[in-house]
Design a protein around this ligand. Structure first.
Ligand code: ADP
Ligand code: MG
Length: 240
């Protein structure tokens, strides 16, 4: 579903990604972890072109990510993203946050977009908040709305960039529960997170990054019980 080969990314003279390669199969759940500044966000932002890579190839569902409008449109239609800071439109209700994309991009009617939005709000168990504004919701509720908004575009792949890092501790689980449910539904997911309990439960593949490199890729059992590199061992020791 996703093939990343020898990817490098520079910010000026600074190399944020160094020769990164990773494959993700359909339905696979990949968890990426690693110290702050290791390039995790940059890597997943490259996948839907929020950042532009200089070297290497990214292929999503058979389409190579290039400069062309056609390539970008095709990839963005397949790939949804959920951010740490939710990024909801503050001046729109929850429902309007969800219906905007499907109406603009797919030309859905008001009624069709509304039905679709309410379906996904139901799925993240927040349909009763549809007419509120984002500021009237808790952080955990806002993040579930953001997930529902991504789902409204019916992507084949969902990218999560530390979706629970901005939340108060008591709200983390309600978001992780929704993500766990999505993982169980067969969605292809790449999650940057330090929630290692979640990772153990849902990941098919663990990826550890440090200083712009993928240092280790392993199944969760091996990753948590017998990490190979000392960099990964040190990291796990600090966070577990
Ligand atoms: P992580 O998500 O693992 O914390 P990032 O991918 O955000 O790491 O950042 C990787 C490195 O790239 C960091 O050193 C960061 O300072 C740098 N970086 C990220 N975005 C930019 C940018 N827009 N301009 C310059 N440097 C950046
Ligand atoms: Mg980051």
């Amino acid at each position: 579903m996703i093939g990343i080969t020898n990817l490098s990314k520079y910010f000026g003279p600074f190399q944020a990604l160094k020769n990164v390669s990773l494959t993700v199969s359909e339905g696979e759940r990949v968890v990426i972890c690693g110290p702050s500044g290791s390039g995790k966000s940059t890597l997943i932002r490259c996948i839907n072109r929020l950042e532009k890579h200089e070297e290497g190839r990214i292929v999503v569902d058979g389409t190579e990510l290039t400069e062309t409008r056609e390539s970008l449109d095709k990839i963005r239609a397949n790939v949804g993203m959920v951010f740490q800071q939710f990024n909801l439109f503050p001046h729109l209700t929850v429902l309007d946050n969800l219906t905007l994309g499907p109406k603009r991009v797919f030309g859905l009617s008001d009624q069709e977009a509304r039905d679709r939005a309410l379906g996904y709000l139901e799925r993240v168990r927040i349909a009763d908040q549809a007419d509120k504004f984002p500021r009237q919701l808790s952080g955990g509720q806002q993040q579930r709305v953001a997930i529902a908004r991504s789902l409204c575009m019916e992507p084949r792949i969902l990218l999560f960039d530390e979706p629970t890092s901005a939340l108060d501790p008591e709200m983390i689980n309600e978001v992780l529960d929704v993500m766990t449910e999505l993982a169980g539904s067969g969605m292809t997911m790449i999650c940057v997170t330090h929630e290692m309990g979640f990772a153990r439960r849902v990941a098919d593949k663990m990826v550890f990054m440090d200083q712009g490199e993928i240092v280790e890729v392993a199944d969760p059992e091996t990753f948590f019980t017998a990490p190979k590199s000392t960099r990964c061992q040190d990291f796990l020791q600090k966070i577990l």
